[in-house]
Design a protein around this ligand. Sequence first.
Ligand code: NCD
Length: 366
Amino acid sequence: DMDDYSVSQWNAMVKLAEDIMRRPESYADKCRGKIMATLFYEPSTRTQMSFQTAMIRLGGSIIGFDNPGNSSVSKGENLKDTIKIVSNYADVLVMRHNQEGAARAAALSADCPKEGAPLVAAMNASVPVINAGDGGHLHPTQTLTDLLTLKTELGRLDNLTVGLCGDLKYGRTVHSILKALSCYKNNKFILISTPSLALPQYIKDVLHARGCEFKEAATIEEAIGECDMLYMTRIQQERFASREEYEKQKGVYILTREKMQLAKKNMIVMHPLPRVNEIEVEIDDDPRAAYFRQAKCGMYVRMALILMTLNNTITANPLLTGQVHHECRCTNPRCITQTEHYLPHSFRKYGDIMICEYCDERILLK
Ligand code: NCD
């Protein structure tokens, strides 16, 4: 997760990505002889292909699967065994999974640096695992993409008013970008969603704790005029319990040319993509539509991330910092601990609440 690194490390990554953009040829051999594995348990176009091209452009090689049905997962292999095996083959793993906390769980199995392990020994033994999206939880490398996009488009990561629109509940890109942008000075947020797709409380608590100003809005029209950046998102059909629920939500928020007329001349529209119908295709020709340029930034920032990870220029915080409570179970049905039963039940305590370290679900202590 983004939280596993410091703000100065994010900034260093963005800076390196900017240099790679300027002179890509100087980086063409930096990962020669290194292998990256992409383990994609969920569909992906941009994230997977940008990671793969990033590694190829650094001179490294790639292995992996994009359909777990073709791997031993379909024979019932657990995550731990798959990760143990692949971490013998590759120098860095990139994983997307439909269950929340899966990347953290995988990192535990991949001998990533653990708390208490001597740093050098840990670094020599480690195979880093990069989270390429875990269920409706987080998507940190999309956020790195978004930071680089903001930096190249608007020149700054602070003093921004950002509108976030659509599926704020299941939209993992929204959770990660808010966790990151709330660390920079004087950013304000407008959360545009229906009540049933509102931002999870734990992310609101992060905004509160960091003293960020934010408000909720019911329509794009009432918010767009204030925004320096509008972050549109897809309604995450695959996360809904029923088709009817999804049908009720889709099509509520559509960015049209009329609505764009209410926006500042230098506002930008971002979207992690894929788009379904939430941005009219006509808007693509508006110079403020930054989403295709954003997708390109994804490749450069992932080059920077791979490079810094393999060079040990960045090392993550300990994976688990809470306490193991054998008797306590996470109640989130989408949490990785529901199916991977060997995982330690690790929680952070927060007043009367226990927070699952894999998926951030809160459990009230009785
Ligand atoms: C996003 C994702 O997978 O969460 N896409 C991406 O990685 N660029 C957003 C989405 O699927 O809607």
